[in-house]
Design a protein around this ligand. Structure first.
Ligand SMILES: *Cc1c(COP(=O)(O)O)cnc(C)c1O
Length: 372
């Protein structure tokens, strides 16, 4: 699904040099390299504060911890996302309220959000799923109307650009009150291990978050709040600093591959290709995900595997049906889209090193199965 070896070859000498700098300097945690990467990322995203942390799940958890929520407060998020998004809500003894997604974009449905808002709702977490921006203008308007926080889960969307209804543009991760991202190796901006970051334009939230990731300390050995230990290693920052320079290039390569795939699948009766705008600016194709209509998706997975083509089903079970998050009073009618998508979706290899002949081969084998 990814080609981390191919990617490394291209940047190896730069990464080696940055890593050597860290080794010479020996500040392995929160060293100067972390500060450099942090300010590079602030400039890239156009956000005031980037706070690096240990991984994307921590980033989401710390974001929620900074909002002074009470047990039982409700947090609305998508039923169709990676479990980390909902896991942190439950861990903090908040109440996850899952809502359905849009069948075209796979992103959280603003109409479903508004229906789910109660007097206990405090936060909306939109996920820029598979690299495509959620409907942020509508979500931000809802948040204002009902006085809610917006925490973007930007783990899959880094580098995507959102175009507002007035035509102006913002990077994903700079739109909500807080944003969380992951630098897991397979993400669009991936380290050589775990890593994550929290973004915000709010000075007070940034101050609060910096303490929370450091054991609740604002002054050394004075613990004002209950915090966690979540840090980015300097070695990871060295890798990320180099890769950030190429992020737009990597994302462009992904878009080119997506355009090629979609051309090969154009107008096929059994395939719905990913929805995207003309420029693809709002989509960085963390995944290239098709819907397979009126054919056996699982048999297709088998067929691709037999042909040694990797593929993935993200995600096979809606969160509302997962054992850990099951609500006994669930109304299945409310999850029509997710319940359908989990049966139809398949993600094809997608990364910045994909070659045209590889895409053509993958498409050929997929079409071969559908013509049977
Ligand atoms: C990867 C991911 C996370 C978690 O990031 P980790 O660094 O693996 O903890 C959270 N949300 C989404 C949508 C993700 O894809």
């Amino acid at each position: 699904m990814v080609d981390l070896k191919g990617q490394l070859e291209f940047i190896k000498s730069e990464v080696d040099q940055a890593m050597q700098e860290v080794m010479d300097d020996t500040s392995f945690v929160n060293g100067p390299m972390v500060k450099t990467f942090q300010s590079d990322l602030e400039n890239y995203l156009g956000v005031k504060h980037v706070i690096p942390c240990g991984n994307g799940t921590d980033a989401l958890q710390v974001a929620l911890m900074s909002l002074n929520l009470q047990p039982g407060d409700e947090v609305i998020t998508a039923d169709f996302t990676f479990a980390a998004t909902v896991e942190v809500i439950s861990l903090l003894r908040l109440k996850p309220v899952l809502v359905d997604v849009d069948s075209k974009t796979f992103n959280i449905d603003p109409v479903a959000i508004e229906k789910a808002i109660t007097s206990k709702t405090k936060v909306i977490i939109p996920v820029h799923l598979f690299g495509q921006c959620a409907s942020m203008d509508t979500i931000l308007t809802l948040a204002k109307k009902y006085n809610l926080f917006v925490v973007e889960d930007n783990a899959q969307g880094i580098g995507a650009t959102y175009t507002h209804s007035d035509g102006s543009c913002s990077k994903t991760g700079s739109l909500g009150h807080i944003s969380a991202t992951s630098f897991f190796p397979s993400k669009n901006l991936g380290a050589f291990g775990d890593g994550g970051a929290i973004f915000t334009n709010d000075d007070e939230l940034a101050h609060s978050i910096r303490g929370i990731v450091n054991h609740g300390m604002y002054k050394r050995y004075y613990h004002d709040v209950v915090g966690v230990n979540s840090r980015l290693d300097s070695i990871q920052a060295a890798v990320l600093k180099v890769k950030l320079k190429y992020l737009d290039f990597y994302n462009e390569r992904r878009k080119e591959s997506a355009v090629r795939y979609s051309a090969l699948f154009y107008n096929h009766p059994n395939i719905i290709t990913p929805h995207r705008d003309a420029s693809c600016n709002s989509h960085v194709f963390h995944q290239y995900t098709l819907r397979i209509i009126d054919k056996d998706r699982d048999a297709l997975v088998q067929h691709l595997n037999v042909n040694e083509i990797p593929c993935g089903v993200y995600y096979p079970v809606p969160l509302h049906a997962q054992k850990a998050y099951k609500d006994p009073d669930v109304i299945e009618e409310n999850f029509k889209v997710t319940n359908q998508l989990v049966k139809e979706v398949i993600s094809l290899p997608m990364h910045s090193e994909l070659k045209l002949d590889q895409i053509d081969f993958i498409a050929e084998k997929l079409l071969e199965f559908l013509s049977k």
